[in-house]
Design a protein around this ligand. Structure first.
Ligand SMILES: [Ca+2]
Ligand SMILES: [Ca+2]
Ligand SMILES: [Ca+2]
Ligand SMILES: [Ca+2]
Length: 400
């Protein structure tokens, strides 16, 4: 094993249109195993149209037993109209390569600036490679619309590769902007690969209306025999009020699940905005009926009028006082979406409302004109269960 040095690199981009590419360990060996240094790379941008690319190791593939170092990579965006690509380790990883435990900070509240930040690789993870445990802190500024963050890979994860257990903290510090954040990959997770157990906090500004995005616990698609990790996704909203158009979608695993994919057991928390929460995915294409397995997820939309979908398996929906007018789309029906005949038993937790008993709660449940059960938690808070009639609800469906 060759060990590479620990470097400190500081670069100022102070010219209009300046383009810089920085490597913590340039010429990382590709024919022998190597261990990257623990590098600190900082870029500061003070002019428009400047672009920076940083790799904690090198723009190459980590092979064999190679191991990325634990790098600290920072870009300070101080002007606007800038682009950044920041990668904790390399372009790709395969064999038994391991990503380092990196800290990436790309806090941009400057205008028209877009960032892509990936904890391990810009491209794909294959073989039996493993992502590190990375921390990514990102901020989106005014009219940054194509910001992408992933705990492990900008591309896909396949083979028997594993995503690391990462922490992402992304803030849309703007009235107009958007970002996508994934615990593991932006592309698909396939083969026998596993997503890591990630913790993602996504904060949107509600001072206006066009800030929003999408958060994926694992990736944009899970296919083959892929297994989603057990993720915690928390949406926060800062600003004076719930806004009509701030829309964020949270997926415990991935929007599309196909083949024999398995969802992880995820915890999703919405904000005061009107949110969409999916415990597993939204579009299912099982290889055979029932071949996709959902995770046992916990969903809490928070305040606002939220749409909640647990997906397959037995999920818990939690409602605290002031929960707004929410819709559960698939109460006890998530397994049907993947063609399974297995029964599931979802639960609705309304403990925070302090009902005395089932008699008190059941007196507040009635069908609406469409024949769907509506639970009137308070004068301002309701839960509507799409496709379920009040007569079919029982004390055992609730945590009171
Ligand atoms: Ca991860
Ligand atoms: Ca997950
Ligand atoms: Ca909400
Ligand atoms: Ca589920």
């Amino acid at each position: 094993m060759r060990y590479l040095p620990n470097d400190t690199i500081d670069v100022l981009l102070d010219q209009f249109g300046q383009i810089e590419t920085l490597y913590g360990d340039p010429n990382f060996p590709t024919t022998t195993d190597a261990w990257g240094g623990n590098d600190t790379v900082t870029a500061t941008i003070s002019q428009p149209e400047a672009e920076v690319t940083i790799f904690g190791e090198d723009n190459t593939t980590l092979h064999g037993q190679s191991h990325g170092g634990n790098d600290t990579l920072t870009v300070n965006f101080n002007y606007g109209w800038n682009d950044g690509l920041v990668v904790g380790d390399a372009q790709a990883m395969t064999d038994d390569a391991r990503g380092g435990n990196d800290t990436i900070s790309v806090e941009s509240d400057s205008l028209y600036t877009n960032v892509q930040a990936f904890g391990d690789v810009a491209g794909d993870m294959s073989g039996n490679s493993h992502g590190g445990s990375d921390v990514i802190i990102g901020t989106v500024g005014w009219r940054g619309y194509t910001n992408l963050y992933a705990g492990d890979a900008g591309g896909s994860i396949s083979g028997t590769a594993h995503g690391g257990n990462d922490t992402l903290d992304i803030t849309l510090d703007t009235r107009e902007g958007s970002a996508k954040a994934s615990g593991d990959a932006i592309g698909s997770i396939g083969g026998d690969a596993h997503g890591g157990n990630d913790n993602i906090t996504f904060t949107i500004s509600t001072e206006n209306v066009w800030a929003g995005g999408a958060v994926y616990g694992d990736s944009t698609s899970l296919t083959d025999n892929a297994q989603g990790g057990d993720d915690i996704i928390t949406l926060m909203a800062k600003g004076p009020a719930t806004t009509e158009y701030a829309r964020t979608v949270l997926f415990g695993d991935a929007p599309t699940m196909s083949g024999n994919a398995k969802g992880g057991n995820d915890i999703l928390n919405g904000a005061a905005t009107n949110d969409f929460l999916y415990g597993d995915g939204r579009i299912y294409a099982p290889a055979t009926p029932g071949s996709i397995t959902g995770g046992r997820d916990i969903l809490n939309g928070g305040a606002g009028d939220d749409q909640l979908s647990g997906g397959g398996n037995s999920d818990t929906f939690v409602f605290n006082t002031g929960s707004g007018n929410d819709l559960i789309t698939d109460f006890d029906q998530g397994n049907q979406a993947v063609g399974s005949t297995a029964t599931e038993h979802d639960l609705i937790n309304v403990q925070d409302y302090g009902f005395a008993d089932w008699a008190a709660l059941s007196s507040l449940i009635s069908d609406n004109a469409a024949g769907d059960a509506v639970i009137h938690l308070s004068a301002n808070d309701t839960i509507t269960l799409d496709g379920v009639q009040a007569a079919n609800l029982h004390a055992t469906d609730f945590i009171i």
